[in-house]
Design a binder for this molecule. Structure first.
Ligand SMILES: C[S@@+](CC[C@H](N)C(=O)[O-])C[C@H]1O[C@@H](n2cnc3c(N)ncnc32)[C@H](O)[C@@H]1O
Length: 185
């Protein structure tokens, strides 16, 4: 399995330590996050593999390699789904599953987008320079349509209520889809 946009790899490390999959690849494009993950969890190798890479490039080079791909507010939120979902579909084995948690709306209160367009989020680089992040916060029907267009089936989009309260408490979309067991198109 692989964690797409694993950050410091705490979720992947939990899986490796307590659920003992054959292997979990924690993939992240940020050098700082990869270094932190290495400091924290390098001893969990080889069950946990820490990968410094962009997920689109990584998955493109891994056809039918994974049973499960998942993301926790990770690369699925910050990468154009029209680039990422087709390569994720090809990187799954037939019957394999993609599962991801993403925002149901923006933390600022803005609604999710009906079209596959990103919002521009003001951010800072690690050295403090102003930067812009692109974040895809999409409505359930748009995620379902994109997953379908990528050739995935058995699409389920659940809305999980926020555990917090107040204006910045945001529901989570838990999205799941599978690669067909046999080619359908
Ligand atoms: C909000 S953090 C979440 C990290 C982790 N999933 C967690 O819950 O702790 C998003 C992470 O996704 C990574 N990311 C975003 N787009 C990516 C891409 N295309 N390839 C690899 N990593 C990506 C970022 O570097 C960042 O570490």
């Amino acid at each position: 399995m692989a964690d797409l946009g694993a950050g410091p790899a705490r979720h992947a490390a939990h899986l490796a330590r307590y659920h003992r999959p054959a292997r979990v690849d924690a993939v992240d494009a940020s050098a700082a996050q990869h270094a932190l993950a290495t400091d924290l969890y390098a001893p969990l190798a080889p069950r946990l593999r820490l990968v410094h890479a962009d997920v689109v490039a990584w998955l493109r080079a891994a056809p039918a390699a994974y049973d499960v791909l998942y993301s926790v507010f990770g690369a699925l939120d910050f990468t154009d789904p029209r680039d990422l979902l087709p390569v994720a579909a090809s990187a799954l084995r037939p019957g394999g599953r993609l599962v991801f948690a993403t925002l149901a709306r923006h933390v600022t209160g803005e609604p999710a987008a009906a079209e596959p367009a990103p919002a521009r989020i003001p951010a800072r680089t690690p050295d403090g320079q102003p930067a812009t992040l692109f974040r895809w916060v999409l409505r359930p029907h748009r995620w379902a349509a994109l997953l379908d267009a990528a050739g995935l089936v058995d699409v389920v989009v659940e809305s999980l209520p926020s555990a917090g309260q107040g204006p910045s408490a945001v529901d989570t979309l838990l999205v799941s889809a599978a690669r067909p067991r046999r080619a359908t198109r």
